[in-house]
Design a protein around this ligand. Structure first.
Ligand SMILES: Cc1cc2nc3c(=O)[nH]c(=O)nc-3n(C[C@H](O)[C@H](O)[C@H](O)COP(=O)(O)OP(=O)(O)OC[C@H]3O[C@@H](n4cnc5c(N)ncnc54)[C@H](O)[C@@H]3O)c2cc1C
Length: 445
């Protein structure tokens, strides 16, 4: 590893105890030990890193905060992890352009806070927003509860700066909402999970910050009553900024064993609905909503102040970590179906007898189906269950992943279930951009 130590402005980690934490992310997948971990701080360092990797035949695995849930940043054999945490942080807000330019090494929390400080709003809000890196959210095209109204990260990205296989940093796109000079390479990099290059920063667009919030708990006595609510709400022109839910098993687990705030959550199943339209806290809005919801609205509870609102969201944000702590070997999927097919999805899941519990983003059909007993299930049977789950989603016009991506965890299923033409097209793009296969080898395709 002497050759890595000669790279300027770069910290190099090689000790087994230093490398161990880099073998994992927040998925169930463990990678190989990396050859080394490097923390570059300059363009000169990156240039040299690419040169060395190409000469030695090593792969480079980009890593943000390691909160990914698809095994995207875990090392495959013969790779060096490029940890971006030491990359210089820059943040430039333009209140005229309504844009923010930020380094990949900034945390998403810092990006959202910088926008908020200027009275503006950057909507992407994966539930890991307090811990993930901005670069990681760009590379995974992260979405979160707000996606049902505001879309995912890619809907906000105008321009991207990335290290490409020639060792240089290139700027793709411009910081303007109108730009139309052929296919967008900036957008190609968003959601590319590190297989085309390493994202060093991006310019994203912002909105004036919403000022009114209506947050509601919608408990259901019979949980299937919740399944038609998304269709009814959206078809009537109401656009919640978040619509999350817990099925009866997840809700009961949270109530019995979860954080303090979860102990008194009501219902057999529970949805959390939020609106951020101007005037949504006024009586006429609530009256119209109650009428639309019909009998299920009887148990509606309002979060009346910021403290209650935070308590509700805190439970939602902690759900993933809570289940992981209780069932460390669980497999968590993030399948997606169109919201008009949510009921069909749950009926299909019942027919297939897949032993799963589900919570997640009911408002956009992105559901976290968790196989809690995965660790105790025969591996072949488990694979059969997962393939059945994915095929069910595809048959309903949905997909394998709504937000976490493919990484290593879903690569086999992705390759087996995708249109071969599209896989070959992606491989062709990979060959064109990264002919030596340096960036994140063995992932996605
Ligand atoms: C509790 C919890 C809740 C979560 N909730 C959500 C959610 O609601 N929505 C959602 O979308 N995700 C969610 N996630 C998953 C994860 O947090 C997001 O995917 C996040 O965007 C990953 O960011 P990261 O910095 O941790 O990336 P990492 O885990 O470090 O990397 C993720 C992938 O991006 C690549 N990558 C990272 N940085 C770069 C870069 N600069 N250039 C190129 N490639 C790069 C890596 O190689 C890897 O393939 C959740 C995770 C946890 C633990």
């Amino acid at each position: 590893m002497e050759i890595l130590r000669r790279i300027p402005e770069t910290r190099v980690l090689v000790g087994p105890e230093d490398l161990e934490p880099y073998r994992r992310d927040e998925s169930h997948v463990a990678g190989s030990a990396p050859l080394a971990v490097v923390q570059p701080r300059s363009r000169a360092a990156l240039r040299e890193l690419v040169r060395v990797a190409a000469a030695e035949g090593w792969g480079l695995v980009p890593r943000g905060a390691g909160t990914g849930k698809a095994g995207g940043c875990v090392p495959t054999p013969g790779t060096v992890v490029v940890d971006l945490s030491a990359w210089p942080r820059e943040m430039v807000l333009s209140r005229t352009d309504l844009t923010l330019r930020a380094s990949a090494s900034a945390s998403l929390r810092e990006v959202k806070a910088a926008a908020a400080k200027g009275g503006l709003f950057y909507p992407p809000d994966p539930n890991s927003w307090e811990s993930c890196a901005f670069g990681g959210t760009l590379a995974t095209n992260a979405g979160g509860p707000n996606a049902c109204k505001y879309g995912m990260t890619r809907h906000w990205v105008l321009a991207v700066e990335a290290l490409m296989a020639d060792g240089e940093v290139h700027a793709f796109g411009i910081g303007s909402v109108k730009s139309n000079t052929g296919p967008s390479l900036a957008q190609l990099l968003v959601g590319s999970e590190g297989i085309f290059g390493i994202i060093l920063g991006a310019t994203v667009r912002l909105l004036p910050a919403p000022t009114d919030f209506l947050t509601l708990l919608l408990p259901a006595q019979s949980w299937t009553d919740l399944l038609d609510v998304p269709e009814r709400l959206f078809a009537s022109g109401l656009l919640p900024s978040a619509f999350e839910f817990f099925d009866p098993a997840v809700l009961e687990d949270l109530r019995r064993h979860g954080p303090e705030e979860a102990r008194r959550l009501p219902g057999e199943a529970l949805a959390v609905l939020e609106f951020d339209d101007r005037g949504c806290t006024a009586e006429p809005f609530l009256a119209a909503l109650t009428e639309l919801l019909g009998p299920i609205a009887q148990g509606l509870q309002l979060a009346t102040d910021a403290r209650q609102r935070e308590a509700i969201w805190s439970v939602r944000r902690k759900t993933s970590a809570h289940l992981k702590e209780r069932y460390p070997k669980k497999v968590s999927e993030d399948i997606v179906v169109p919201r008009s097919r949510i009921r069909d999805f749950f009926e299909g899941l019942g027919r297939l007898e897949i032993p799963a519990v589900t919570y997640g983003h009911l408002g956009d059909g992105n559901l976290h189906t968790n196989l809690l007993a995965a660790g105790e299930t025969d591996p072949q049977a488990l694979e059969g269950q997962l393939m059945d789950l994915f095929r069910l989603c595809l048959s309903l016009g949905g997909g394998l992943s709504g937000e976490h991506g493919i990484g290593l965890a879903k690569r086999d299923a992705f390759l087996r279930l995708s249109d071969p033409y599209q896989v070959e097209a992606l491989r062709g793009i990979k060959r064109a951009l990264d002919p030596k296969g340096i960036f994140n080898p063995g992932k996605v395709i």
